[in-house]
Design a protein around this ligand. Sequence first.
Ligand code: CA
Length: 261
Amino acid sequence: MTQTVGSRILVVEDERHIAFGIKFNLEAEGFHVQIAEDGQLGLQMIENPENRFELIILDLMLPGMSGYEVCRKLRASGNAVPILMLSARSLAEDRTQGFNAGTNQYLTKPFDLEELISRVRNLLTLGCTRTKTAASSEGKLRRYEFGQAVIDFESYEAIAKSKTVRLTALQLKLLEYFIEREGRVVTRQELLENVWELPGYMNTRAPDQFLRQLRKTFEPDPSHPKHFLTIRDVGYRFVSDPKASDSRSESDDKSHQDGEA
Ligand code: CA
């Protein structure tokens, strides 16, 4: 079968019949499954490096610490393990809140087991690709290379333009956010909410200032950025390999960005 069989999965769910139902069915498919019955315990189990979970199935409504909270805490600490969130709610804003907290997928209860299994496989396959390119087996980003630069998330350092540069925790968090969404447009609002943890409607130039710093550090020519692009009136886009990123010509790209230096 696929390379995802044998993967280690944690189910964080307080409703035992659901938790054990998921465990039973996933184990029948060849996965190794453990259960945590509340958010706090789930977080501890995920953060224990010995467990090395490759996927978390996380219920939203948990006693003590909610699924959102668990997810936010994991992402804030730089843990990028794939998360499939379960919820009895189906409101669009819940879903959005889940994604903003860093959930990869969202499944509404009651769900079809076949669908759960197919989503689990899908997330694990994506996780495998990620692991090879950017992250360790725990899913936490440790080292990332793009262009002529290397970022070391553990030592808070980068080598860029032949120099070693110290990075702050916030710069690393911002870099990680971009790297995980490579090629995608990221809005200013999204950055404020997920990186700065401020309400997205706040009118602050913080993201722009940080982008300027990143360009100064990483772009060979900061006034003509190739990696940290501004998408006018929307936000930004990180491109690790400008040559391979898309078929659009350089001049076309330039019309969509203002190269703040
Ligand atoms: Ca629950």
